[in-house]
Ligand binder design. Structure first.
Ligand code: NZQ
Ligand code: ZN
Length: 385
């Protein structure tokens, strides 16, 4: 196992009625900016519940954060924070709202041009406004990690940044707030969380026995509950488990001390930026092909994945790996995911564009061995046609 530091300062308040605790969590008298997305939080009453829990603090609102939050939109929030002297941010929504809020928190105090936060992947952030979150969509893990992904619409550039300054101070996880999610978003959540685990697990053996068993448990939980959460939208226990598994999938725990991949995510980001395909859906397209192309590098872990997650023990090694990839695809498709570029009307021309974008964004040496060059990315994308 590699050396590591692990520190996750986000306080989690899990369960029903936890929004009421906002009053004790938020600094007394603070000028609070509530950030949210389109209409869902207002329509389903979550926004009103949040506002009433905040009591008589001066409250400001910033709505309209789009899925795959844009730099352009979030810079308007930064201006509001500065002009209204906001002291505390509260994100109410899914990964997009939380990621957008993290950017605002970091950009409000940033010395340089805020876009450079993305260009330098967050390395030069020296402080951030404090913020909390009320999660309404289990998927990204953003509620319990220090990462964020922002898109510059002008140039179709979707880049991540990380900084220990943008861990949420607290996150409220009330599973009943997810009841209004459309099935498409639930399926997205299951697949995004699944692939977060895969990106930290399916690399090469590094002696992380604890990390491996945690990861396999999270994958098995997702396989078990995935189809059921779609079928029974108001099953409180299933929703609670989905929420917790998604947070655990990307809160630093399973990735500590082990190699990580993230090539599927980086290629997927280009697909979202260029063609506006939902984040999780891009991953369901890229991952199966990436596993095929990288199967030599990932040989031992693919066999472990086959046996421990899918209980595949029959056949020679190649057959077991093929079967594990086949079952992975079948799992995504059982959730209503399409797994080919052609399902979205994309062809060879799209691949040329995606490769240009990968190059422009410096994504030329991806994966746990940094051996996914542009040529390898091309092979992966061609395998996904
Ligand atoms: O905008 P509204 O009207 O609120 O609707 C949203 C949005 O359209 C809706 N929604 C959210 N909660 C709802 C609801 N609808 C009904 N009832 C509710 N309770 O869901 C739609 C999608 O929301 P979004 O926040 O975009 O989805 P998700 O949580 O999947 O976030 C995706 C973003 O997170 C980034 C992705 O790249 C993408 O930009 N990621 C962030 C990560 C991180 N910070 O660690 C890691 C991930 O890999 C991912 O890259
Ligand atoms: Zn993701």
């Amino acid at each position: 196992m590699n050396n590591f530091e692990f520190y996750n300062p986000t306080k989690i308040l899990f369960g029903t009625e936890t929004i009421a605790k906002l009053d004790s969590l938020t600094p007394a008298g603070a000028r609070v900016l509530i950030l949210f997305g389109g209409e869902s939080a207002r329509k389903n009453g979550t926004l009103d519940e949040v506002k009433s829990a905040l009591g008589d603090r001066p409250i400001f609102e910033f709505g309209g954060i789009e899925a795959n939050p844009s730099y352009e939109t979030m810079m308007r929030a930064v201006e509001l924070v500065r002009s209204e002297n906001i002291a505390f941010l509260l994100a109410v929504g899914g990964g997009s709202v939380i990621d957008g809020t993290k950017f605002v928190a970091a950009a409000a105090n940033y010395a340089g041009e805020p876009w450079s936060i993305l260009e330098t992947f967050g390395q030069h952030i020296e402080s951030a406004l404090p913020f909390g979150t009320v999660l309404t969509l289990p998927a990204t893990g953003s509620e319990m990690n220090c990462g964020s992904v922002i898109t510059r619409r002008e140039t179709s550039t979707k880049l991540p940044f990380m900084s220990s300054y943008v861990f949420p101070q607290f996150s409220i996880l009330d599973p009943t707030k997810t009841y209004t999610l459309p099935t498409r978003q639930i399926a997205n959540g299951v697949v995004d969380a699944f692939i977060h685990v895969i990106e930290q697990y399916l690399t090469y053996p590094a002696g992380g026995m604890v990390q491996d068993r945690f990861a396999e448990g999270l994958l098995q939980t997702l396989v078990e509950i995935g189809p059921k959460v779609l079928a029974t939208p108001e099953d409180a226990d299933l929703r609670a488990n989905l929420m917790w598994v998604a947070s655990m999938a990307l809160n630093g725990l399973i990735g500590a001390g082990v190699p990580q991949d993230w090539a599927t995510h980086m290629i997927g980001h280009e697909l979202t930026a260029a063609y506006e395909i939902d984040h999780a859906r891009t991953l369901a397209i890229v991952l199966p092909s990436l596993l095929q192309v990288q199967r030599k590098d990932k040989h031992e872990k693919l066999l472990q994945y086959a046996e421990r997650v899918w209980a595949i023990t029959e056949g020679d090694e190649d057959q077991r790996i093929d079967e594990a990839i086949r079952r992975t695809v079948a799992f995504f498709e059982s959730l209503g995911m399409q797994t080919h570029l052609s399902d979205y009307g994309l062809d060879q021309n799209s691949i040329d564009l995606l490769l240009k974008q990968l190059e422009a964004h410096g994504m030329t040496a991806l994966g746990e061995h940094k051996n996914i060059s542009l040529d390898v990315s091309r092979t992966i994308l061609e395998g996904a046609l």
